[in-house]
Design a protein around this ligand. Structure first.
Ligand code: FES
Length: 325
């Protein structure tokens, strides 16, 4: 009896796809090799987080940015202190919006001029967006900086592709111009994904002190005896799950959440300074400066107010605190 041949893709048969997805050691197909190389987007982003090869470039660029950007007005504006949130995300919507619109217009007849104008506006919009992004990036942790560096490189590549597209269009090579725009938008989209990873997975830009509002018990609570607080020196005290930075100056006691709104640095290890007549605390990690009275941001990179607590001293000498509403 002649043995029957397995039908294509029946049990026991190996389809071309099976062959391509082979898991036998040393027999990975091209598709599997490509998948291994690229992985899911989140796996690619996680690999970038651990890419220590980027550290030298990151350290060099950080030095350049710190040298160019002194603490004060310009730095505060770039971080977004007056807005109360990072300035980079709204600024970056300008180039992305212009470029996406231009690429869409390319699909319609008679829109060459409008597409060109949008591409040019998008390229101009990259300047403030990149400046704000660099300012924020220079005050991030190592893993965040690695992802941020690739995010920035994607933005630079997208800008170069859109610039080339504009030149091609000006030279009458409209087909090439449209293809370059499409490439630029694809690269910008990949960079945008990394920006999302940076913000939502690695917590860059979000306030790290916001949970205080949900963790602090309502009403007045005993914290410590006033005689246990050194004069003029910040200390850390705990209230349930929360760490508080407490500062006594004479008979006045002030309290803020201890984890810095920027990236969670320990404010009680910071420096006490004054801005005008106001007493401030300077974070030991990246220098964010907050008013001790109500947590207002005086200097970034933090943009969110540091949660503050009302304080009172009971007749028996107990410091009591209450989250400020
Ligand atoms: S953690 Fe960055 S300034 Fe405080």
């Amino acid at each position: 009896m002649t043995p029957s041949r397995p039908l294509p893709f029946s049990r026991g048969a190996r389809s071309p796809r099976d062959a391509d997805d082979s898991t036998e050691p040393g027999h990975a197909g091209p598709r599997q090799r490509l998948r291994g190389l690229l992985g899911r987007p989140v796996e690619v982003a996680e690999r970038i987080e651990h890419a220590s090869a980027l550290d030298d470039a990151a350290a060099g660029l950080t030095r350049v940015v710190h040298k160019a950007l002194r603490r004060g007005g310009t730095a505060n504006v770039l971080h977004g202190v007056p807005l109360g949130q990072p300035a980079h995300p709204p600024l970056v919507r300008v180039p992305i919006g212009c470029w996406a619109s231009a690429t869409l217009l390319d699909l319609l007849p008679g829109t060459a001029k409008a597409s060109g104008a949008l591409i040019a506006a998008g390229i101009a919009g990259t300047v403030p967006a990149a400046a704000a992004g660099l300012a924020d990036w220079s005050a991030l942790h190592r893993e965040q900086q690695r992802v941020g560096l690739v995010h920035a490189a994607s933005g630079a590549t997208a800008t170069a592709l859109f610039s080339a597209s504009l030149l091609a269009r000006a030279a009458g090579r409209h087909r090439s111009g449209k293809l370059l725009s499409l490439g630029g938008l694809t690269v910008a989209g990949a960079g945008g994904y990394l920006g999302g990873h940076l913000a939502f997975r690695l917590g860059a830009g979000a306030s790290h002190a916001e949970p205080v509002a949900h963790l602090a018990p309502l009403g007045w609570h005993d914290l410590c005896r006033v005689r246990d607080l050194p004069d003029g020196k910040p200390v850390r005290k705990t209230l349930g799950y929360l760490s508080l930075l407490v500062l006594r100056q004479g008979t006045e006691v002030r309290a803020l959440a201890d984890h810095c709104a920027h990236l969670g640095g320990p404010l009680h290890q910071g420096r006490i300074s004054t801005e005008g007549d106001e007493v401030c605390v300077v974070c030991p990690w990246h220098g964010s400066t907050f008013l001790m009275t109500d947590g207002t941001v005086v200097h970034g990179p933090a943009t969110a107010r540091q949660p503050a607590f009302d304080t009172q001293i009971s007749p028996s000498g107990m410091v009591q605190v209450k989250p400020r509403g």
